[in-house]
Design a protein around this ligand. Sequence first.
Ligand SMILES: [Zn+2]
Length: 108
Amino acid sequence: MIRFILLSILLTLLFRAISRLWTGIVQGMQGPDTYRRAGGRAGATHVPQRGVQMARDPICGTFVVPERSLAISGSNGERTWFCSATCRDQYVASRAAAPRTAPQGRTA
Ligand SMILES: [Zn+2]
């Protein structure tokens, strides 16, 4: 009897896995249009648009999306983007300390 129960549970799980896989395959073949029809722009907010230009954080080297990151304007109007306030503060501090891009030395 217990064998039968275990077998039916196993079959149920297997069936679920296969149907999920099948749904994924069908959605993948239909393409991203189904997402737009089904959920409006719900998926569009996650994925940045292709061809978006990334900016490089000069402190840690992380590439950031300019719209979503912190920025400061330089004296010549050039903008610099940062991943976090920490990097921005470090950059501002290093520029204030030395106008040239000298490596930061910590004084104890
Ligand atoms: Zn950074």
